[in-house]
Design a protein around this ligand. Structure first.
Ligand code: APR
Length: 311
């Protein structure tokens, strides 16, 4: 029997995650959404494309959590984007309820599942999932760092003309404008970035990386990025199911690492069949430490907002 991955929220990121996963042929896939017929329709359409690409996976859609029973991985993308007239608190409260309920309902049916969270504000939603599902920290992993690092790598590849396969970028911290692209640890074929690219150009790339999500939102006008975020989730799923011990930046609960305690925060982690296996700690200089501290303060403030809302 193939492993099973259930995706809660079959919108843009959810359905595109299913697409990338089906191409990798690593698991049967279930899409769940509250919109009647939509997950069923997308799943059937995708299932009908499997003969064309020659992949034997089952893709089903449902409006009920029952369909997720026995999942190895639960991916949560369900949520609402901010609409005109809505405060950030409204978004936080609404998405925290959605993520909390999705976790409570799915953990009953898949007690051993590993949770990958995409819903924003990401770092706080991970905390909600862990608490509502009463999950050990190893089994709650937020997707953000792979996406932010991939954006930076894409910009470096565009600038240098070097293959993306030779570029290793590491973006840490909270998922937002305060994220911390580590230029000193990032490299092109082993050469540190700050030795490979002129300072001004590198600064522009760092700035573009920080605002990468907003750049896509401005272009799309409705909705936010979905190809790169979902590709990142597919990579995480594969690393977990194949027990690859792959090191990638993800948001996990820190308990002392990087001088942080009790918040979900983007750091390099090793992913395997048990979830995240360990945090990899870089030696940081003072300015890098300061930048990470600022980013952590931002996540802390969001957690406080969550508590003020009664979560
Ligand atoms: N249960 C299941 N699905 C739900 C629920 C719920 N309780 N509430 C909302 N949804 C579904 C919506 O019906 C919608 O189909 O979640 C889906 C969200 O999809 P999109 O609106 O297309 O949003 P998407 O681009 O996928 O982003 C989802 O991921 O990257 C983050 O910031 C992004 O928080 C957002 C999330």
């Amino acid at each position: 029997m193939k492993p099973k991955i259930s995706i809660i929220g079959a919108g843009m990121t959810g359905s595109t995650t299913a697409h990338w996963l089906a191409e990798r042929e690593i698991a049967d896939i279930v899409l769940v959404d509250i919109v009647e017929g939509m997950p069923q329709g997308k799943a059937l359409d995708m299932q009908e494309s499997m003969p064309v690409i020659g992949k034997d996976v089952s893709i089903t859609g449902s409006n009920s959590y029952e369909a997720t029973a026995g999942s190895d991985i639960i991916v949560i993308t369900a949520g609402i984007p901010r609409k005109p007239g809505m405060s950030r608190d409204d978004l936080l409260s609404t998405n925290a309820k959605i993520v909390g309920t999705a976790t409570e309902e799915t953990i009953k049916l898949s007690p051993n599942a590993i949770y990958i969270i995409l819903t924003n504000p990401l770092d706080v939603m991970c905390l909600v999932a862990m608490e509502k599902g009463n999950l050990p920290k190893e089994r709650v992993i937020g997707q953000a760092g792979i996406l932010d690092s991939a954006r930076m790598s894409a910009f470096i590849a565009m600038e240098t003309g070097v293959s993306v396969e030779n570029i290793n970028c590491y973006v840490l911290g909270g998922h937002g404008d305060t994220m911390v692209p580590l230029t000193r640890h990032s490299n092109v074929a082993g050469v540190p970035l700050d030795k490979f690219i002129e300072t001004e150009k590198l600064e522009a790339i760092v700035n573009r990386t920080r605002k990468g999500g907003g750049e896509i939102v401005a272009l799309l006008k409705t909705g936010s990025a979905f190809y790169a975020p979902s590709a990142a989730v597919a990579q995480m799923c594969e690393a977990i199911l194949k027990n690859k011990h792959l090191v990638v930046p993800c948001s996990v609960l820190l308990e002392g690492e990087y001088d942080q305690n009790g918040i979900f925060f983007g750091v390099p982690v090793q992913l395997g069949r048990k979830g995240f296996e360990r945090v990899i700690e870089y030696e940081l200089n003072d300015s890098e430490k300061e930048a990470l501290k600022g980013s952590a303060e931002h996540v802390d403030a969001n957690v406080k907002n969550l508590r003020d809302l009664g979560f």
